[in-house]
Design a protein. Structure first.
Length: 306
């Protein structure tokens, strides 16, 4: 029904002050276009060009009558629920003849959990410590958000990862905004008996957020020289990311997501003043960890990109 020559995907990334992160996003957009065989226009929420408005205009200029909007965020924070719908509403006012559908955030998704598991295995292959599985902790690190729902998804993700592993614990942390941060979570892992901690950045692309997570992990390593701290890769270019986004697209085409013909309704799902980050600088997000058998705190998985 939606898939025709006039159908285009508008893929929205957050944008990063680090050109390498933006380059990874654009590379991913090309991969998605090849996989789906659907024209795909990448754009950025902020910090890079083209903007959402410019990307929308390009779709229209190329003849799009139907636009499937895929927000490439890992969780349901303010960007997903408020900022992007607001910008789309403004764009559609300029092109009322174009119909829109707005997809869900890419996470959480089984393919992303599997990707994290493989990232952990790859990091452990570099280990030089004879630690047992019971003495090994996985630490999933998201950006952090003012949105409780977004933060809670990271705890859920950590629990799901724990149940697929044989390691002693799976904790969670946040880069900024909320506690625990990486250092606090590693301290908890050490107190629980970990001799080896694998930090897993739950981020789409490289950039300043990943760099800060690495810096926090390095600082924790210096404080705990008796414990090995390893840092895994972020999600891109793991094929699981492509699988997850392609599935979100197919769900959207099947009518599984919100119709955006009346984008003025976006305020209904804006929720509280939730956001993950402030729009004029990259966002860092708090911290919270998650232990192997508890799901008590709220946490976030790093939505965006930097």
């Amino acid at each position: 029904m939606m898939i025709q020559n006039s159908h285009t995907i508008l893929l929205i990334g957050h944008g990063s002050p680090d050109p390498a992160g933006n380059a990874e996003f654009l590379d991913f957009a090309r991969q998605l276009e090849h996989k789906l065989a659907v024209p795909t226009q990448p754009c950025f929420l902020e910090l890079a060009e083209p903007s959402i408005g410019a990307g929308f205009a390009r779709c229209v200029a190329q003849g799009a009558q139907e636009i499937a909007v895929l927000p490439l965020f890992l969780g349901p924070g303010r960007h997903q629920k408020r900022d992007v719908p607001g910008l789309l509403a403004a764009a559609q006012e300029q092109h009322p003849q174009v119909s829109l559908r707005y997809g869900k955030a890419v996470g959480p998704h089984d393919a992303l959990i599997a990707a994290l598991s493989e990232r952990a295995q790859a990091a452990l292959a570099r280990s030089s410590v004879a630690a047992t599985d019971a003495e090994t902790a996985l630490l999933v690190v998201g950006r952090g958000s003012k949105d409780t729902q977004s933060n809670a998804e990271l705890a859920r993700l950590a629990r799901m990862l724990y149940e697929r592993q044989s390691y002693g614990m799976v904790e969670y942390a946040f880069q900024l905004v909320v506690a625990p941060n990486v250092g606090q979570a590693i301290e908890r892992c050490v107190q629980l008996g970990a001799r080896r901690v694998v930090v897993l950045p739950y981020l789409l692309f490289t950039g300043v957020v990943r760099d800060d997570i690495v810096a926090q992990a390095d600082a924790a390593q210096a404080l705990h020289p008796q414990v090995e701290v390893l840092v895994g890769e972020h999600l891109f270019p793991h094929p699981g990311l492509l699988t997850a986004v392609a599935e979100r697209y197919h769900e959207l085409c099947a009518g599984g997501s919100m119709l955006m013909y009346d984008l003025g309704d976006y305020r209904q799902y804006a929720g509280d003043d939730d956001d993950d980050d402030d729009h004029h600088h990259h966002h860092h997000h708090g911290q919270h960890h998650h232990h192997h058998d508890q799901l008590d705190d709220d946490h976030d998985h790093g939505d965006e990109q930097p």
